[in-house]
Design a protein around this ligand. Sequence first.
Ligand code: 0O2
Length: 220
Amino acid sequence: MKNIPKTYDQIDQWKSIMLLYNSALKEINVKIEILNNEFIQIYKYNPIEHVKSRLKTAESIVKKLKRHNIEATVDNVMEEINDIAGIRIICSFISDIYQLADLIAKQSDVTVLYVKDYIRNPKPNGYKSYHMVVTIPVYLSDGPVETKVEIQIRTVAMDFWATLEHKIYYKSQGDAPDYLQQELKACADVVDILDAKMYSLNEAILAWKQREQKKTEEPI
Ligand code: 0O2
């Protein structure tokens, strides 16, 4: 087995791997942009607030391997770490999340390896997000290479909670006192209420708009 880059050969190998994951990220980004543009064109509606993508740093990869007691080798990185290429899609409403996930999964060159639905099954700390690990072919000079990408889809409110929790707690690996964990969970519950309220407000406004439109269309 090869070790994490120490020699020039290994550094080259590492660079090739990162090029592969970076290319996979670009391909997924284009797919998402096309889906969003199509939505705007057909339904005059934009389900995606914004998209962030990133390549996991070597430091973060090694830390994750250590956390799972896995030796830091290049083979292990490719086999065991599923979020080297990560993309996060921030949607307006929960319904957008499932619709988008479905559209991504249906693309003929995308293979869904597995899904972790932390929206229907939130983590005990309150974390909510829809995760899909997919592969997508990256066409190199000597043929296609199926490359893993982790897609996280969540609402603006879920993202607000997860981003701050990541900053203040997630990386502390459960060392923080109980009362702080409870406070974070309480914040996650507020986020749930906010998501549900914004969704029902949106539905109510759409229904009101339809009624108003009908009124103007009715003969006098
Ligand atoms: P970082 O620093 O964000 O990259 P798997 O990938 O399925 O083999 P893993 O990684 O345990 O195993 O899967 P999971 O649970 O889907 O977590 C993947 C990523 O989701 C994490 O990556 C975080 O980005 C995010 N995540 C998961 N749980 C939490 C949580 O409780 N709080 C927050 N804020 N984010 C979470 P990393 O590599 O752990 O961290």
